[in-house]
Ligand binder design. Structure first.
Ligand SMILES: [Fe+2]
Ligand SMILES: [Fe+2]
Length: 252
């Protein structure tokens, strides 16, 4: 697996773990992000069971696993956190921040650990990590694509973790960490957004919300990261996109 450091001010770091070469072809490629603040770490959308050994191995190269204090699940999908019981087996005291409405569903991944769940209300909230108490913001992203869905913004690092928003399925010869040619990149993400995002109103509400944030990196759970001017390009593109479309709808 390839790990890149997106931000490091000496106390607070963002690690992106991407492109596991051992991933079975039958599962979707996912990006895992780790925020390390002083002595504590928060793992975002830890991934499916199949990628757990690779993510664990990679994280162990940078921190002690005991430093992971909490996990964040943007929504309920298996590629987000079917590895829950494996991680909680190692970190049985860690908290798991989840959209409140998915509690009963996420319990199917690890009912022994429901007491670790922290329900995030629809309006989102904040959480603090590390001895300096760096604050990160949990930003509503409902219906993008899940009806209970959050992004996570870190004002210290100016990084927005966007979950499935901005996701792309990259061809074998375009596996770079960052978006290089935005117009070409659109072809790798358009189909996903049109089909999987059900509501124009919801995605436009999310765009209005995140336009108020100062973002250097917009980091999706699949595909390449948007950096600098490509963050604005993505928001402009997403704003004009008509989502919730599929030819199957027109046939009825
Ligand atoms: Fe998803
Ligand atoms: Fe996903």
């Amino acid at each position: 697996m390839n790990t890149q450091i997106l931000f490091d001010d000496g106390h607070h770091r963002w690690l992106a773990m991407v492109r596991d070469p051992d991933r079975p072809e039958s599962v979707i490629d996912t990006n895992e992000y780790l925020i390390v603040s002083e002595d504590e770490a928060l793992l975002l959308d830890p991934g499916g069971t199949e990628i757990f050994p690779a993510v664990l191995r990679e994280i162990s190269r940078h921190i002690r696993i005991e430093q992971i204090r909490a996990f964040f699940a943007s929504h309920q999908d298996p590629d987000i956190f079917s590895s829950l019981p494996l991680w909680l087996g190692l970190r049985p005291d860690a908290k798991i921040y989840i959209p409140w409405m998915w509690r009963g569903f996420l319990a199917h991944y690890g009912y022994d650990y429901v007491s670790n769940f922290v329900d995030v209300p629809d309006e989102g909230g904040t959480l603090r990590i590390g001895t300096r108490g760096r604050e990160v913001q949990i930003v509503p992203a409902h219906f993008c694509h899940s009806p209970g869905n959050f992004s996570l913004y870190d004002p210290s690092a100016k990084i927005l973790f966007s979950g499935d928003i901005g996701a792309a399925l990259l061809p074998e010869d375009k596996q770079g960490l960052f978006v290089k040619d935005f117009d070409q990149h659109v072809t790798y993400m358009r189909g996903f957004h049109v089909r999987w995002m059900p509501s124009n109103d919801a995605k436009n509400a999310w765009i209005r919300r995140v336009r108020k944030l100062d973002i250097d990196f917009l980091c999706p759970q699949h595909g390449a990261i948007f950096k600098g001017a490509d963050v604005g390009r993505f928001l402009d593109w997403f704003e004009q996109l008509e989502v919730g479309q599929h030819k199957a709808l027109a046939q009825n």
